[in-house]
Design a protein around this ligand. Structure first.
Ligand code: ADP
Ligand code: ZN
Ligand code: ZN
Length: 797
């Protein structure tokens, strides 16, 4: 038997499967989706089996050296998905597969077998292995067919597990457990005066299951010494057992019951339930204003899928994966829920993944990569805030979670729900064309009013002599909330803003020596840092260009706002949330819950506070500089501005108290800001679509972005020009090739960057043409000088 293996050598020559012979004892046991170690040239490397066949077209086939899994890490579906994904994104198959498994499994490790139960449950043939120990190394095993089969069977039942990670610290967590050692009549052996021992042993016996030592001693109020005596006498045995790390720090979730749906919610959920009942795929766009009760719709649709014995995948943007959000799912579905987010340690992620693989959970809530959850019977896929850019991965493979969701939805014949108050233009256009099924939820639950929005013209403020960063009306309203004991949120858009250092005399701006970007001033270290390469230098005392000492930092970071705020409102208690205050694990949650408990009056922050906040006392939202994002040279900047403004205003007045929003802007008449006043998404959609039509941008065309970089500027220009000439020659006439031009960030880490763009409607040979370019430059690329990255669906420019 032959295994076709994708090997762990990321290069275009090796981006295909290689044939290896399956060792005799593994024939009929090993499955597709298993990781193996194979010889490759002089090296031994890891790989994924993607196919098992009878024969190879090659005469000489080397054997697999080692099998790493008895239960495959990739399901048959994921193997196909990886293949599709690599084609879609023009990336290596290997990187597509690596994307789907937890990082912990990518590391080099030794293999052990861990017993997870009493050995009596195991198939007879392997029982003796675990007589003395509850973990053995793989090497201690006689790798014969019957043994391997028995191991696989027991692993499927969850009685034992192949563990790879024992040598890596922190990847698995174990605790001490005890259980009775199996001798009968031991109670009678204990002398009557040793009452405590008798009592403890009885307790352990009656529980029948292994008991965690710490909880046992706590529950029984016995001493460790008593337990140790029982162990010494051989009545009880102590062992180590793996426990799952709890990424939520042992928080107990309050159980919630399904709410009686409003009429609107019932209308929206009906077609989803139909799709579930008929076991049919459909993509729904749930367009619901903030506070319209989308989450309750998700929850009840999920409940339906679970009742059919199927599973659910829920994607939420990384920054809204707050305990509040998790509570809503855990509260309804309890321990059936696994949670994935980037704040988890490698080990925690591995644990959550294994819960899915072992069928211990049926709902996964997570950020982008949770879309690859290895469920085998998916009943529903939900993408909340579907317009969020974080669903697009900005490194290889450059995939969009929405595309993967729809692929899997078709595969499982199940509904996919895209939810948003401000859908991406692409999705809304598809919904209008009938490609997606549009489900509108136009009102807030319980007839709560949408917040009133007041746009302040900051140019006018300036004319009136107000030079501060707060308009008069915002300041007044903040004071008003302070006296009423209500809360306010102040939002500062981080993009487009930075605290750069400039010379007031000559205009010199401190930039990074390796990247063409201004350095950011960091107050705490009084230093300048590059946010691209990490380069750090001391804050200069004089201008390095003209020598003047009038050099100082500019811009309006959150720290600066906080300082201003304490000057104008000294009595206000402020919590600041930005990358600096939330760097430590868990600090994000700590700050939010402190705000929730009313320990501050004002929450000041960046993008990370725009979503998911749901506190009853927030009645005022202030946006300090609405248009900072409008001027970024990106065709989506108006869309992003509108989305963000709507999102932020959605934080106000979600409960009984009415909400008010104050947006400060230098371009108050721009439709992306103007239309937030009326919360008029449809109108915005139309305005923006006509802009896109004129500019020939998506969704009217598809785009591809090629990024070419090289340490030498002349090389980069030379190659880019050749590529553009080639593309113009190869592609059809209707297709537009733009560039080459220097990238917005023209140099990063000492590499010069150029880009070109392709706009097309129909171009069947496009992928082939792009691959040819990479092939053509393969030597230069492999030498590590030239890089050509291709983004088939660029999101950030
Ligand atoms: P969205 O996700 O659309 O912004 P939410 O799901 O957060 O809206 O709902 C807003 C509020 O309305 C929440 O406090 C939620 O508990 C409440 N809610 C949702 N559906 C109902 C319902 N059918 N009956 C009563 N309250 C509801
Ligand atoms: Zn740099
Ligand atoms: Zn100067």
């Amino acid at each position: 038997m032959i295994a076709k293996v994708i090997v762990d050598v990321p290069s275009s020559q090796t981006d295909r499967s290689f044939d290896y012979a399956i060792p005799e004892q593994w024939v009929d046991i090993i499955q597709e989706g298993t990781r193996v170690i194979v010889p490759f040239g002089p090296r031994k490397i890891q790989g994924f089996i993607v196919e098992i066949t009878e024969e190879s077209e090659f005469k000489q086939v080397k054997p697999i050296l080692e099998v790493l899994d008895v239960i495959p890490v990739l399901t048959a579906e994921l193997i196909r998905l990886g293949d599709w994904l690599s084609k879609q994104t023009l990336s290596f198959k290997l990187s597509a597969y690596q994307l789907m498994i937890p990082a912990a499994l990518r590391a080099k490790v030794t293999k052990e077998i861990h017993l997870l139960t009493d050995s009596v449950h195991l198939p007879k043939i392997i029982q003796p292995l675990f007589k003395m120990e509850n973990r053995i190394t793989w090497g201690a095993l006689n790798e014969n067919k019957l043994v391997l089969k028995a191991i696989q069977e027991a692993a499927r039942e969850g009685f034992l597990e192949i563990a790879y990670l024992v040598e890596e610290k922190g990847k698995k967590k174990t605790e001490r457990f005890v259980r009775v050692s199996g001798n009968r009549h031991q109670l009678d052996d204990i002398p009557a005066r040793a009452g405590k021992q008798k009592e403890l042993l009885t307790y352990i016996e009656e529980t029948k299951q292994p008991l965690k030592v710490t909880s046992l001693l706590e529950e029984t109020q016995m001493t460790r010494a008593t337990l140790t005596t029982l162990i010494k006498k051989g009545y009880v045995e102590e062992f180590e057992k793996e426990v799952y790390r709890d990424p939520l720090g042992g928080v107990e979730y309050e159980k919630t019951e399904p709410l009686q749906l409003t009429e609107k919610q019932s209308e929206a959920i009906a077609p989803i339930l139909d799709s579930l009942n008929q076991n049919m795929h459909d993509t729904f766009l749930l367009h619901g204003v903030t506070g319209s009760g989308k989450t309750e719709v998700y929850l009840q649709a999920i409940a339906k899928a679970l009742s059919q014995g199927r599973e659910a995948i829920v994607l939420v943007p990384e920054i809204s994966l707050t305990p509040q959000m998790v509570q809503r799912f855990k509260g309804r579905f309890g321990s059936q829920v696994a949670v994935f987010h980037s704040g988890l340690s490698m080990g925690e992620k591995y644990d959550e993944w294994r819960k899915i693989r072992r069928n211990e959970v049926r709902v996964v809530v997570g950020a982008r990569s949770a879309i690859f959850a290895p469920f085998t019977n998916v009943g529903i896929i939900i993408i909340d805030e579907e317009h969020e850019t974080s669903y697009k991965q900005e490194e290889n493979p450059r995939y969009h979670a929405r595309d993967v969701a729809i692929w899997r939805g078709k595969e499982h014949q199940c509904p996919v729900i895209l939810g948003s108050a401000t859908p991406s233009l692409e999705s809304y256009a598809r919904a209008i064309k009938g490609v997606y099924h549009l489900l509108p939820l136009t009102e807030r639950v319980n007839n709560r009013a949408m917040p009133t929005v007041n746009v302040v013209d900051m140019r006018e403020e300036l004319r009136q002599g107000n030079r501060s960063m707060f308009s008069n009306v915002l300041l007044e309203q903040l004071k008003d909330r302070l006296t009423k004991g209500e809360q306010a949120v102040l939002f500062l858009n981080r993009r487009g803003y930075s605290t750069f250092v400039m010379c007031r005399d000559c205009g010199y701006v401190a930039t990074c020596d390796h990247c063409d970007i201004s350095l950011t001033y960091h107050r705490t270290q009084h230093a300048l840092k590059c946010h691209y390469c990490g380069h750090e230098e001391k804050m200069p005392e004089t201008c390095s260009s003209c020598g003047s000492d009038h050099i100082r930092f500019f811009g309006s970071g959150t720290q600066k706002v906080e300082e201003e705020l304490t000057k104008v409102l000294p009595e206000a208690r402020v919590i600041r949330m930005d990358i600096d205050t939330t760097r430590r694990k868990g600090s994000h949650e700590k700050l939010l819950s402190a705000f929730g408990r009313g320990e501050a009056d004002i929450l000041l922050g960046t993008q990370m506070i725009a979503k998911g906040l749901d506190f009853p006392k927030i009645t005022l939202v202030g946006v300090l500089a609405a248009d900072s994002m409008l001027h970024i040279p990106d065709f989506r900047s108006a869309e992003r501005t509108f989305q963000l403004m709507e999102q932020v205003s959605g934080r106000a007045g979600r409960h009984d108290l009415a909400g008010e929003v104050i947006i400060q802007s230098y371009t108050p008449d721009h439709y992306s800001i103007e239309l937030v006043k009326a919360h008029d998404y449809e109108r915005f959609f139309q305005m923006e679509m006509s802009q896109r039509k004129v500019g020939v941008y998506p969704p009217y065309v598809y785009m591809v972005l090629l990024n070419i970089s090289h340490p030498e500027l002349t090389q980069v220009i030379h190659v880019s020009e050749k590529i553009v000439t080639f593309l113009k020659r190869e592609l059809s006439e209707q297709t537009v090739v733009l560039g080459p031009v220097a990238s917005p960030l023209a140099r990063i880490k000492d590499r010069y960057r150029y880009q070109c763009m392709i706009k097309y409607r129909n171009e069947s040979g496009l992928r082939k043409t792009l691959l040819e370019i990479q092939q053509h430059y393969i030597r230069e690329i492999n030498q590590g000088q030239l890089q050509i990255s291709i983004d088939m669906q660029p999101y950030m420019f």
